[in-house]
Every structure is written in structure tokens, then in C-alpha cells.
Write a protein that binds this ligand. Structure first.
Ligand code: AMP
Length: 175
């Protein structure tokens, strides 16, 4: 199955020059969603995973389905100020300014194996911050799984350089 056919591209969203890769068209197709989850999960068969961490917000949908399939727990990685209890945070650079991702302090236990999930990897900045956060909490990131890779931007290499195995299902050229 060619996953790219299920992804809608919206030019100039959310700002001019961006080609937004819209994964909702994959999600709304029963076979599309099922296949994407299965393909993301199968390389981890037999690998010990204690929890899935999903990046806000599209990583929640994919990560929740993957956690269910693996019969493990789910940890939301959220933007600053959204989680209700005590948090740890990690700042990362944006094109202009910075942003912060947070997890609950007690979400990940020392020595747990964590699979990180999001819909798309571009610069890898968000995923890198999430990996640092998981490591600070005592977790080991055993993989990072994304449906879409934008290889021209180089995020995959950035994450692999952190020593994390990256799984993606399809690629789009450009930014
Ligand atoms: P980055 O930190 O640069 O790897 O950006 C990753 C995050 O931004 C992911 O959560 C994506 O959902 C979102 N994102 C970045 N670029 C795009 C794009 N061209 N289309 C859709 N989402 C994007």
C-alpha cells in the first residue's frame, strides 16, 4: 500500500511557502489507518517496549493506537502549560524563537523502554526535545516512529545521530 496516496497536501498552510502534509485523510480511511499502525509497529515485534510516548497532537492518535496494539501504556508529550500535574520540560529552537515540550514528572520510570511517535519528522527539533525529556526522566528511547519523513530537511539524521533508531513509512520531497 502506498501511504503517500492517502496524505493530502495543502500548499501555503499554515503560512506561505509551506506544503502542509495532512494526515487526516489517512486517518479517515479505515484500511489506511489500520495499515499505517500495523506498518509502524511490526519492526518492534519481540522488542521490549514499556510505554509509547506521543507528541501533541497528531502523535496522540497514532501513539494511542500503537500503545493499544502493543498492550502498553501511553505518555502524552505536550506543549508547555497543558499538563495538570508536576512536569519536566525541554526547550527547543523554532525558526523564530523557542518552544517547550513537557511530560508529567511521574510518567516515565527509571529504566523503562519508550517508543516515541509522531505523524511527521521535519527538522527533528520536536522529536529531539522529546527524546531529551524521556532520557532525563530515566527512560531509554528504543525507537522513534513517524508516518511521514521530509528527508530534504534532515530531521531523521538528527535523531539517528542521537543514537535513536528511526522508522518512517513514506517520504515527500521538499519542505
Ligand atoms: P519538526 O520539529 O521540525 O520535526 O516538526 C515536526 C512537527 O511539526 C510535527 O509534529 C509535525 O506534525 C509538524 N510539521 C512540520 N512540518 C510539517 C509539514 N510540512 N506538514 C505537516 N506537519 C508538519
Amino acid at each position: 500500500m502506498d501511504i503517500t496516496k492517502y496524505i493530502r497536501t495543502i500548499p501555503d498552510y499554515p503560512k506561505p511557502g509551506i506544503l502542509f502534509r495532512d494526515i487526516t485523510t489517512l486517518w479517515q480511511d479505515a484500511g489506511g489507518l489500520r495499515t499505517a499502525i500495523d506498518q509502524l509497529v511490526w519492526p518492534y515485534a519481540g522488542v521490549r517496549i514499556d510505554k509509547v510516548a506521543g507528541i501533541e497532537a497528531r502523535g496522540f492518535v497514532l501513539g494511542g493506537a500503537i500503545a493499544h496494539q502493543l498492550s502498553v501504556g501511553f505518555v502524552p508529550v505536550r506543549k508547555k502549560g497543558k499538563l495538570p500535574h508536576d512536569v519536566i520540560g525541554e526547550e527547543y529552537d523554532l525558526e523564530y524563537g523557542t518552544d517547550t515540550v513537557e511530560i508529567h514528572k511521574d510518567a516515565i520510570l527509571e529504566g523503562e523502554n519508550i517508543l516515541l511517535v509522531d505523524d511527521l519528522i521535519a527538522t527533528g527539533g520536536t522529536a529531539e526535545a522529546a527524546i531529551k525529556l524521556i532520557r532525563r526522566a530515566g527512560g531509554t528511547v528504543i525507537g522513534a516512529a513517524f508516518v511521514i519523513d521530509l528527508p530534504d530537511i534532515g530531521g531523521r539524521k538528527r535523531i539517528e545521530d542521537l543514537g535513536v533508531n528511526v522508522r518512517t513509512l513514506c517520504e515527500f520531497e521538499g519542505e
